[in-house]
Design a binder for this molecule. Structure first.
Ligand SMILES: Nc1ncnc2c1ncn2[C@@H]1O[C@H](COP(=O)(O)OP(=O)(O)OP(=O)(O)O)[C@@H](O)[C@H]1O
Ligand SMILES: [Mg+2]
Length: 566
């Protein structure tokens, strides 16, 4: 309909050559009537009402279902909504989801499922990694904390229904000759797969014994000793009944019995005296490892709690004294060796189609302590950061600063440790001092704004003079998530009520300390009897001397009393 109308109009309005010749001169086309529009800040001049400050429009986030009518003023989110929700973007308030496994596996954003988390103490690094552990458990990944030195993860893993394996002097043992599930796994397989599992378990146990010897002696075993250990372990396996797990004392026994196979690699040239001379040093180290030497019996007694490969697991090594660096190093190595043995078994079974595929999220918290404890640990982490993708393992490494890595005594180790950050799929930085920026910038590109942000997050907390408390540090829970050279995502981790209950690192400080005399406490608890029998000493009450304040009214339980009696 419209077309003929237009055509007729066009014909009518088109002057013929005769009309053009005869008609009046052409008029200029009428100017369109457009109302004048004010500039962005309003009319200038008197009475114009020009605004000096233009308020930014409020931004709201919503799903397209709820806010579909607000087009065209909508914008997509700046970061992918894939992974564990960790908090809100500090600049835009947008929710941020990120974790190394989801960003590698589902979002394809990073080339390696690993994260390096660094920041000053107390700013929430472990708390954020705990969030990852909880979230990833929801996605079906199993967190594996191979050596919790604080402990930061025990409560969480327990709450997730996982396994807490306690290790320490007199608390729990981890037999380094324990093949774990390897025997059962090999029995379910055939051919090369079964051989691979047995060979891997053998190599792991051999490496672990050699590491213990290195730590005990503070020097690595010689080539000949390594070969002797390897052969002695094989002899031990052949001799041991399949239902029994050998311990270090059995290995020592094999060494002393001098079987032909072991003598052959010891090159004793047919002389038993020469064999004894060759193996003397190794024998004395093994005696130290089995008979309560510096490392105690932690690795020579049967394993107290066998590890499960189908549940979140934490090895609680927090009872080991911080100053006991050798034992810490040995315990961490043993946990890593045992833990990766379980991961290997799970992978082999999944490859053979016998079990579902399981992914693990390995947490190495307080990495600085592990790296300083022993040289062997740097090598282990180095290998782990290169192989974790092939092993189907996500990795989170946590330390304070880049200087921790630079403080390693050996130049080779320093280079390797720097590689941990370079190879990490994502780097998550909390507040860091200014001096760290140059070092960090060499491995992750940071803009000046990002650097200023990180430095500002280290500001000290304010002192609330009225409440008589210190407020939380301003940078607590703030992180910058960096992936390669991309702009970092600043995020604040908000804790949920459930997490706050699990995050309590001040459990021992909720009750005010009391210094009442045991005599003044109720006899009904039987405390007086204990003192009278000499089981517990009566504490000296400094506060409640003759003219001191009256004894406290609150009566602690007998447990608390006997526990706190000096
Ligand atoms: N996002 C947060 N919101 C509120 N409190 C937090 C948050 N993150 C951490 N905290 C609190 O801060 C304290 C220290 O946290 P956390 O142990 O995670 O720090 P860290 O960086 O791992 O310290 P360190 O370097 O000493 O191991 C804890 O009491 C924790 O509850
Ligand atoms: Mg921590």
């Amino acid at each position: 309909m419209a077309l003929p109308l237009l055509t007729r109009r066009a014909r009518d309005s088109t002057p013929t050559s005769t009309r053009a010749a005869e008609g009046p001169p052409e008029l200029a086309p009428p100017r369109p009537l457009v109302a004048p529009r004010p500039p962005a800040r309003g009319w200038a001049g008197r009475g114009g009402g020009q605004a000096g400050y233009v308020q930014a429009a409020s931004t709201w986030r919503s799903t397209t279902v709820q806010a579909c009518g607000l087009w065209p003023w909508s914008a997509g989110t700046g970061s992918p909504m894939v992974g564990v929700p960790i908090g809100r973007n500090i600049d835009t308030n947008a929710p941020v989801c990120a974790d190394p496994i989801s960003w590698f596996q589902r979002a394809n954003l990073i080339s390696n499922p690993s994260a390096f988390v660094l920041g000053k103490p107390g700013l929430g690094k472990s708390t954020m990694v705990r969030r990852w552990c909880a979230g990833l458990t929801g996605y079906g990944t199993l967190p594996l904390v191979l050596g919790d030195l604080k402990p930061d993860y025990v409560d969480l893993i327990r709450a997730l229904g996982g396994q807490v394996i306690e290790l320490g002097r007199g608390r729990g043992y981890l037999n380094v000759l324990d093949p774990g599930e390897a025997r059962a796994t090999a029995a379910r397989l055939t051919g090369t797969a079964a051989q691979r599992v047995s060979a891997e378990a053998h190599g792991r146990r051999h490496q672990m014994v050699a590491s213990l010897v290195s730590i005990a002696r503070k020097a690595p075993p010689t080539d000949r000793e390594e070969t002797i250990l390897d052969r002695a372990l094989r002899v031990l396996d052949e001799r041991t009944d399949h239902n029994r797990v050998p311990v270090l004392a059995d290995l020592l026994q094999v060494l002393r019995e001098a079987p032909e196979d072991v003598r052959a690699v010891a090159l004793d040239r047919g002389s038993i005296d020469r064999y004894r001379d060759i193996t003397e040093h190794l024998e004395s180290t093994l005696i130290g490892l089995t008979g309560g030497g510096r490392l105690g019996e932690m690795f020579s007694a049967p394993t107290t709690t066998p590890m499960r490969r189908d549940a979140p697991v934490v090895f609680d090594v927090s009872s080991i004294d911080e100053a006991d660096t050798d034992l810490s190093a040995a315990a961490l190595l043993a946990c890593w060796s045992y833990g990766f043995g379980a991961v290997n078994n799970a992978n082999v079974l999944a490859d053979a189609g016998l079990e579902p595929r399981r992914h693990y999220f390995v947490v190495l918290d307080e990495l600085w302590r592990a790296l300083r404890a022993s040289r062997g640990l740097v090598e282990r982490v180095d290998a782990l950061t290169r192989l974790n993708r092939q092993r189907g393992v996500g990795l989170a490494m946590i330390t304070h600063t880049m200087s921790d890595l630079d403080a390693l005594p050996d130049a080779d180790d320093r280079m390797k440790a720097r590689g941990f950050v370079e190879r990490a799929g994502m780097v998550v930085a909390a507040g860091l001092p200014e001096a760290e920026m140059t070092k960090l910038n060499q491995v992750v590109r940071l803009s000046r704004t990002e650097q200023a942000k990180l430095v500002s997050w280290t500001d000290p907390p304010a002192w609330d003079a009225i409440a008589q408390t210190e407020s939380a540090p301003p940078g607590q829970g703030n992180f910058l998530v960096k992936v390669g050279g991309r702009t970092g995502i600043p995020v604040h981790v908000d804790l949920t009520a459930a997490e706050l209950a699990l995050n309590d690192t001040n459990k021992l400080w909720h009750e005010v300390s009391r210094s009442g005399r045991v005599d003044d406490l109720i006899d009904a608890e039987g405390v007086r009897d204990l003192v009278d029998e000499g089981v517990a000493d009566a504490p000296v009450n400094v506060a409640a001397d003759d003219d001191g304040p009256p004894p406290p009214q609150d009566v602690p339980t007998s447990d608390a009393l006997t526990g706190s009696t000096p």
